[in-house]
Ligand binder design. Structure first.
Ligand SMILES: Nc1ncnc2c1ncn2[C@@H]1O[C@H](COP(=O)(O)OP(=O)(O)OP(=O)(O)O)[C@@H](O)[C@H]1O
Length: 222
C-alpha cells in the first residue's frame, strides 16, 4: 500500500522558492488504480517523481510496504526504483541500443527478478512476438509504449507509476494501450498511479484525484 502523508515540495527559482506541493495526502491500496489529474503546472509530475524516489520531498512521509522514502540515502532510493516500482513515461524512454527483447528484460534482470515464463506471457499479451528482434527506432509509438509497459511490468513491481503514458498516442492507439495495461493489471497486486490530462483515460481507472493549490481533492465527474 502506498501512503503519502502531508508532503511538501518547493523548487528554488531566481524569484525565490516556488511552493508546488503543500500538504499532499494520498493512499493507494494494492491492486488499485488512481488517476492523478490537475492543471498544467499543478505539480502532478513533481508528486510522481517524489513517489518514484527521483526527487526528495521537503517534508512529509512517503511509504510503501516496508519502505519509508524520507530519510533514505541515494543508494537506497536507487534500490527502491529498481525493485519496487515500474515507470512509464509519455516519451517511452526505451534503450535505443537494445533490442525489444532485451529492453523488455532490462529492469527485471537488473533487480534479479527475470522470469522467462512471465516475460513470454507479457510478449504474447502485448502482441510483441514478431517485434522482439527489432530496435526501438524501428517501432511505431504505440508499439514502443507496449514495450515500455512490458518492461515496467516484467519485474512485477508492487507499484506502477505512469506519467501521461498515452499522451503522445492517437485516441485509438491510446485506448488500445490502456486496455492492455488494465487487463495485465487485473487481479494482480500491482497498484497503478497514473498522471493524465484525459478524462477518458481517468474514467477507466478505479479512482481519480485532482491536484489543486498544492493539495489533492476528489475529482468531480465531468
Ligand atoms: N526543477 C524545477 N525547478 C524549478 N521549477 C520547477 C522544476 N520542476 C518543475 N517546476 C515547476 O513546478 C511546477 C509544477 O511542475 P510539474 O511538472 O510537477 O507540473 P505538472 O502538473 O506535471 O504539469 P504538466 O501537466 O504541464 O506536465 C511548475 O510551475 C513548474 O514550472
Amino acid at each position: 500500500m502506498l501512503e503519502v502523508r502531508n508532503v511538501f515540495k518547493s523548487y528554488a527559482t531566481p524569484q525565490g522558492p516556488l511552493p508546488v506541493l503543500q500538504g499532499v495526502d494520498l493512499t493507494l491500496l494494492p491492486g488499485s488504480s488512481l488517476a492523478l489529474m490537475g492543471e498544467s503546472g499543478s505539480g502532478k509530475s513533481t508528486l510522481l517523481h517524489l513517489v518514484a524516489g527521483l526527487d526528495i520531498a521537503d517534508r512529509g512521509s512517503i511509504r510503501s510496504g516496508s519502505y519509508q522514502l524520507d530519510g533514505m540515502s541515494e543508494h537506497q532510493l536507487a534500490h527502491w526504483r529498481r525493485t519496487e516500482i515500474g515507470l512509464v513515461f509519455q516519451q517511452f524512454n526505451l534503450i535505443s541500443s537494445l533490442s525489444v527483447d532485451d529492453n523488455l528484460a532490462f529492469q527485471a534482470r537488473l533487480c534479479g527478478r527475470f522470469d522467462a515464463g512471465w516475460q513470454a506471457h507479457l510478449v504474447q499479451r502485448l502482441g510483441l512476438s514478431d517485434l522482439l528482434r527489432r530496435y526501438p527506432e524501428q517501432l511505431s509509438g504505440g508499439q514502443q509504449q507496449r514495450v515500455a509497459l512490458g518492461r515496467a511490468l516484467a519485474s512485477r513491481p508492487p507499484l506502477l507509476l505512469a506519467d501521461e503514458p498515452t499522451g503522445s498516442l492517437d485516441e485509438g492507439t491510446s485506448d488500445e494501450v490502456l486496455q492492455l495495461l488494465l487487463e495485465l493489471l487485473d487481479g494482480s497486486p500491482t497498484s497503478l498511479l497514473m498522471v493524465t490530462h484525459s478524462q477518458r483515460v481517468a474514467a477507466r481507472l478505479a479512482h481519480r484525484v485532482v491536484l489543486q493549490g498544492g493539495r489533492l481533492a476528489q475529482a468531480v465527474q465531468a
